[in-house]
Every structure is written in structure tokens, then in C-alpha cells.
Design a protein around this ligand. Structure first.
Ligand code: ARG
Length: 457
């Protein structure tokens, strides 16, 4: 029996039932649905719409429904959604009082309440996942960050940096993802409950009370907005998409770095796979899947944006499509954060390539001259000519003699050759945010503090 049987003489087509049900996705948020109903019933008692006996019957009946769901009860799809399934089961268990629970509410405010509660919880879990990932990067930085690697631009060697400098670049990006998600949470955590269908209700309800009971920061002031708004979910999907894009960059680096060509890191067995035919293979599948899964959050964001485009106020059934997209965005993002944390926690950093004499030290020659008053543009040309000389004879910067340096510029002295030390080059970059180890340590402390941790491994 449907809740609207009073008006209808025929039932829905079987395909219509299957096409229109949201129960299968709603099952992820049955706990939120029960919590919302309990808060609503408690408020109905406080304002005199329910008496004590009715409230008690409803609360214990909802506990019973929750226990059955916990034990694996799967409502049939003729119930359409979780709200109807819970209310229908409650009516079967407690009879008449169940019929009063829907006073002053509609599934339109109910569904939005459930999704907001679910999303809030997921955002908190995602933040915990992100803290773990950032923590893994910081641990790795403190454990193995003092390894010299080429810093790349255009995927060409640029200047030598400490590996920790690279790890922290990602840690900062992820800490902005935390900020974005925390900001979205503010818009998520507002109560639509009591908006009813979209016009409010003649009953003397207390929306502030249900909001407080459910831990919301306040109510959505306009009942029509309260049932129609999905911008908060677009924000969550957008934050997940941005985070997923960031993680795809990290994943791509892990793939590159673990190649024989780069040979900077080794992913542990736990996060690698082998080949069924090539015995030597050690494939970075975990990182590849993180890279590949990015599309899920991007797709979810596009679905969510499309969902509300030109949608008239207030509730439209289209809005039921919010959950598959939202759930996909959150689940795929969380799984990638967790997998990357595992990869970094067990990542072995190799010795790093030989950088002595490497052309990535050429900037040192230019900076050396600039530090002695030669205009940087001129110094750049001088250093460029020195590279050309080395390249012409198939050698690197370590082949340069002082005489050759002086042929290109008279200001060069023996000390300029000493500048061609990769560790010293990294350590000279003490400007704020530079790669010098003191700066790496300063940033680790800042990031640890943002996680509420002490500066220790
Ligand atoms: N199953 C619906 C959804 O998930 C619940 C709200 C239905 N409201 C309505 N007026 N048909 O969005």
C-alpha cells in the first residue's frame, strides 16, 4: 500500500517501481533517517502534538526498526525510499501513533535532512583520512626527506631540492583541501527539517529544537530554499573533485618515480602488483588507480551541476539523483586518500640520482655572478654559454675549469666551482618557502600543528 493510496485507484507499473525507487541508494543513510524521525517526534511532543505515550511508542518503535535494519533487514522497493520503508515498518510495529509522526514534515525536508546528516559525518571522516595522509607525508619527510632530487619544471631537471621539499608541496595542497571541505561543511550543517513540502506548516513546530537535537548549526530560513537547495552538495563534490585532481598529481609522480628511468622510490609490496607473464614486473597499480579514479569525482560534480540547472522551485523528483553522484564522489575520494596514505607510509626512498656536475646546478653559476653585482640577465647568458661548451664535448659541469669560467666572465674565482655542490645549492635557498632544510623543518612544524600533533615522527 502506498502512502497516497487515498488518491489513486491503480498501482505503479513494475518498471516504474524499479525506475523510481531510491531505496537502494538510501540504505546508506538509514541511521540518519531514524535519527531525524526521533528528533522530529521529540519536538512534536514538546509542542504538544504528541502525548508521552505516543512519543514513547514512536521512539521505541524506531529503535526496533533500527535494530532490524542493523540485523540486515532489506525493505522491498515497493517502499520507494528509506523514509517510507521506516515509516511503514513503524506502523506495522506500533500501529496508530506512527501515523502522527509525519505531522508537519514531508519527505522533501526529510530527505534533505538525511543527506545533510550523512554528508556531515562523511566530511568528518574524510578530514580524518586527510590528516592521516598529511601525517604520512610528514613522517616520510622526516624519515627520508633529506635526499637530494632534481626539482623539475616542464619535467626537465631544474634545480636540486630536498625530497622533503616536494613532499611538503603536496602536504600544503592537501591542507587547503581540508580547508575547502571544512568550509563546505558550514553550508551542509543547516537544518531543513520542518520546511515540510516547501510552504512550512500550520502546526506550532519548533525548528530550532530539531536543529539542535540533530547537531545542526542552525536552520535554513526559507522553507522553499530548504527543500530545493543542493548547492551545498555541489560544493562538496567540487571539493572532492579538486582533491581528486591533487591526488592524481601525487599518484602520477609515484608512477614516474618508481620507474627504472627515475628510480627515486620503491612502493612497498602491499601497494604494488606483479605481472602474470613478466616475472620482473613490479607495477604501481595503487597509484595508477588513484590517478584513474579521479574521473569519478569529476563526473559526480558534473552530474550535480547539471541536476539543478534550470530546475524550477521547489522539490522536483530530479533531486533524488543527488545521492548516486554524492555517494560516488565521497566514496571514491575517501578510498584514494586512504590508499595514498598507505603508499606514502611504506614508501622507500632511494639514494637519489648523482647530481654533482648536473646541469640542474647551472643556476648556481648565474646566481654566483649575480651575488657579485653582475646583472642576472647577463649572468644567465654567461652560464648558458658554459653549458653549451660542456654539451659540445659531451660532458657535464664538473668538467669546467676555472680558466674556462674566466674566459666567459672575469669575475669568476675558484669559489664559483665550490658553488657547484648540489647539497650546498639546496641549502643556500633559505628564503621563506625555499628548499633549505631549515625551511623544510619549519614547514613540518606548521603542518604538524595544523594536525594538532607534536613535531616528531
Ligand atoms: N525518494 C525521494 C528522494 O529521494 C524522496 C522525496 C520524495 N518527495 C516527493 N514529493 N515525491 O528525493
Amino acid at each position: 500500500m502506498a502512502l497516497w493510496d487515498g488518491r489513486f485507484s491503480g498501482g505503479p507499473a513494475a518498471l516504474m517501481l524499479r525506475f523510481s525507487e531510491s531505496l537502494s541508494t538510501d540504505m546508506l543513510m538509514w541511521r540518519q533517517d531514524i535519527a531525524g524521525s526521533k528528533a522530529h517526534a521529540t519536538m512534536l511532543r514538546a509542542v504538544g502534538i504528541l502525548d508521552d505515550d505516543e512519543l514513547q511508542a514512536i521512539l521505541s518503535g524506531l529503535d526496533q526498526v533500527a535494530a532490524e535494519l542493523e540485523a540486515g533487514w532489506q525493505p522491498g522497493i515497493d517502499q520507494e525510499d528509506i523514509h517510507m520503508a521506516v515509516e511503514g515498518r513503524l506502523a506495522a510495529l506500533i500501529g496508530a501513533p506512527a501515523g502522527k509522526l509525519h505531522t508537519a514534515r514531508s519527505r522533501n525536508d526529510q530527505v534533505n535532512t538525511d543527506v545533510r546528516l550523512w554528508t556531515r559525518e562523511q566530511l568528518d571522516s574524510l578530514d580524518a583520512d586527510l590528516r592521516d595522509l598529511i601525517g604520512a607525508l610528514l613522517d616520510l619527510c622526516q624519515r627520508s626527506g633529506k635526499t637530494l632530487v632534481p626539482g623539475y619544471t616542464h619535467l626537465q631537471r631544474g634545480q636540486p631540492v630536498w625530497f622533503g621539499h616536494v613532499l611538503l608541496a603536496h602536504a600544503w595542497a592537501l591542507s587547503r583541501d581540508r580547508e575547502r571541505l571544512a568550509d563546505a561543511r558550514k553550508r551542509v550543517n543547516r537544518s531543513p527539517l520542518g520546511a515540510a513540502a516547501m510552504a512550512g506548516t500550520p502546526h506550532p513546530i519548533d525548528r530550532a529544537m530539531t536543529a539542535a537535537l540533530l547537531g545542526f548549526d542552525g536552520v535554513l530560513e526559507n522553507a522553499m530554499d530548504a527543500v530545493a537547495a543542493r548547492d551545498h552538495l555541489i560544493e562538496v563534490c567540487a571539493a572532492c573533485a579538486i582533491l581528486s585532481g591533487q591526488m592524481s598529481r601525487m599518484a602520477e609522480e609515484l608512477v614516474l618515480w618508481s620507474t627504472r628511468e627515475f628510480d627515486l622510490v620503491r612502493l612497498s609490496d602491499a601497494w604494488s602488483t606483479g605481472s602474470s607473464i613478466m616475472p620482473q614486473k613490479r607495477n604501481p597499480d595503487a597509484a595508477e588507480l588513484v590517478r584513474g579514479r579521479t574521473g569519478r569525482a569529476y563526473g559526480a560534480l558534473m552530474s550535480m551541476l547539471t541536476l539543478i540547472k534550470a530546475l524550477p522551485l521547489a522539490y522536483n523528483r530530479d533531486l533524488q539523483e543527488d545521492r548516486p553522484a554524492l555517494f560516488e564522489a565521497v566514496a571514491s575520494t575517501r578510498s584514494c586518500v586512504q590508499v595514498l596514505a598507505g603508499c606514502y607510509a611504506s614508501l622507500q626512498v632511494k639514494a637519489g640520482p648523482e647530481l654533482r656536475g648536473d646541469f640542474s646546478l647551472t643556476t648556481e653559476l648565474a646566481d654566483w655572478l649575480a651575488g657579485r653585482g653582475v646583472p642576472f640577465r647577463e649572468a644567465h647568458h654567461v652560464a648558458g654559454r658554459l653549458v653549451k661548451r660542456c654539451e659540445a664535448r659531451g660532458q657535464d659541469l664538473s668538467s669546467l675549469s676555472l680558466a674556462e669560467l674566466q674566459e666567459e666572465h672575469p669575475a669568476f674565482t675558484e669559489a664559483a666551482l665550490d658553488a657547484l655542490d648540489p647539497a650546498a645549492a639546496a641549502e643556500r635557498r633559505t628564503s621563506r618557502g625555499g628548499t633549505a632544510w631549515s625551511e623544510v623543518e619549519r614547514q613540518v612544524a606548521l603542518l604538524r600543528a595544523s594536525l594538532g600533533e607534536l613535531n616528531a615522527v
